[in-house]
Design a binder for this molecule. Structure first.
Ligand code: FNR
Length: 374
């Protein structure tokens, strides 16, 4: 019987994923001083027991100012990385692969966790801080104070901190791979887009200048991890335009142009998302966004990169048949699921049932479904 594409293994560099279904990175805002808590062990552990080919741990800040909220996960020091090892070790004990998304929130930092308020600034007395960005333009006028414009040497330091965070992720925590967060209007995306980047130095203006930081970050990561062996993912907002309106800002053509450079620099997987760099398009999950937007975007990126890189699809996946068709039709090579994994950590198992094949999950769970001989 033919194995559905979703359940085919996938080898990237020296790492083999046992299927092509992944848990999309999702901030849980449940950390203390950047450290993971028991919440993380249970949350990621319960997912790992039930068979995803890969889990991408939520955006972890490369520096304290890089957090979205004071409760974000961080990996700016060795102790935090060591605390994450507990999560990684458990996931590995289940024969599963796990990576981590490394991010910096830029001007979208210092907010309160979204389950308390969707649009509120975290004041200094709530653990907030002065945010930083390419240019001093508030993301949300009248609500979020303007960020401070970064100096050139600070920008260089940020790239180095990304490299150090990647090194910690691999060497101390034991993650199998890393993902750079360059989407959703956070720092790297702010540099990439002319709507948020008004600099006139080497980091602003031309396309090459606006993409300089993200490429510096890749270069720093390359210096710090064994890039020939370890898969490198990057999440981009492939377009700032979420609806059919002509707006300025980053476009799919820019993404494809950047993809060429990223591939040459050693990136393996382009994880295609959208939006987030303007307040009226702030929500990744907004209902008004066309349902198939990411199918269109992922297809355009895949058509452009061909076999030079893998593409990850994310958004709205519920059923195995839709996910399978994305792989069959060569829209993407990997499918990521966010919210439906929160609702159902057994989603991979459910999809295996829908496709009538056996799942690979914790033996403690599956043996009762597929008993050994008497
Ligand atoms: C997210 N998303 C997200 N994306 C990202 O790149 N890094 C992150 O840390 C987060 N955090 C996050 C938290 C929560 C609670 C949600 C719901 C979403 C976006 C997420 O990874 C995914 O791209 C979207 O949710 C769309 O996929 P689904 O949920 O429709 O499968």
């Amino acid at each position: 019987k033919k194995i559905p594409k979703l359940f085919e293994s996938l080898k990237i560099k020296d790492l083999t994923f046992h299927n092509r279904i992944g848990v999309s990175p999702m901030c849980e805002y449940s950390s203390k001083d950047g450290f993971p808590t028991d919440y993380h062990l249970i949350h990621y552990g319960s997912l790992a027991l039930r068979g995803p080919g890969l889990i991408i741990v939520e955006a972890a800040a490369i520096s304290p100012e890089g957090r979205i909220t004071p409760d974000d996960l961080g990996i700016w020091n060795d102790e935090q990385a060591l605390a994450l090892k507990r999560v990684v070790d458990f996931v590995h004990s289940q024969g599963q692969k796990i990576g981590i998304q490394l991010g910096h929130a830029g001007r979208k930092g210092s907010t309160v966790p979204p389950f308390f308020h969707l649009k509120e600034y975290a004041k200094p007395e709530d653990g907030g801080w002065q945010t930083v960005a390419p240019s001093p333009i508030s993301f949300r006028d009248g609500v979020l104070p303007a960020p401070r414009e970064l100096k050139i040497d600070e920008i260089k330091e940020i790239a180095e901190k990304w490299g150090a965070a990647a090194k910690r992720s691999i060497e101390i925590s034991g993650f199998d791979f890393v993902e750079i967060h360059a989407a959703h209007g956070y720092l790297l995306n702010e540099f990439m887009s002319e709507t948020s980047n008004k600099r006139t130095d080497a980091y602003g203006g031309s396309f090459d200048n606006r993409t300089r930081l993200v490429l510096d970050v890749v270069a720093e990561i390359k210096k710090n991890i064994a890039i020939a062996k370890i898969p490198l993912f990057i999440r981009v907002s492939a377009s700032e335009n979420l609806e059919d309106v002509d707006e300025s800002g980053w476009k799919i053509e820019d993404t494809n142009r950047l993809a060429d450079k990223l591939i040459l620099a050693g990136v393996d997987v382009i994880d295609v998302s959208s939006g987030g760099n303007s307040d009226n398009q702030a929500s990744r999950t907004r209902a008004s966004v066309k349902e198939d937007l990411h199918v269109t975007l992922a297809r355009q990126v895949k058509n452009h990169v061909g076999n030079r890189a893998l593409v990850a699809y994310v958004r709205g996946l519920k059923t195995a048949s839709v996910a399978e068709s994305l792989l069959e039709e060569n829209v993407a090579d990997i499918v990521l699921v966010g919210r439906n994994f929160l609702k159902n950590p057994g989603l991979v198992w459910e999809w295996a049932d829908q496709l009538d094949i056996r799942v690979t999950a914790a033996q403690q769970y599956v043996w009762g479904f597929y008993p050994p001989p008497l």
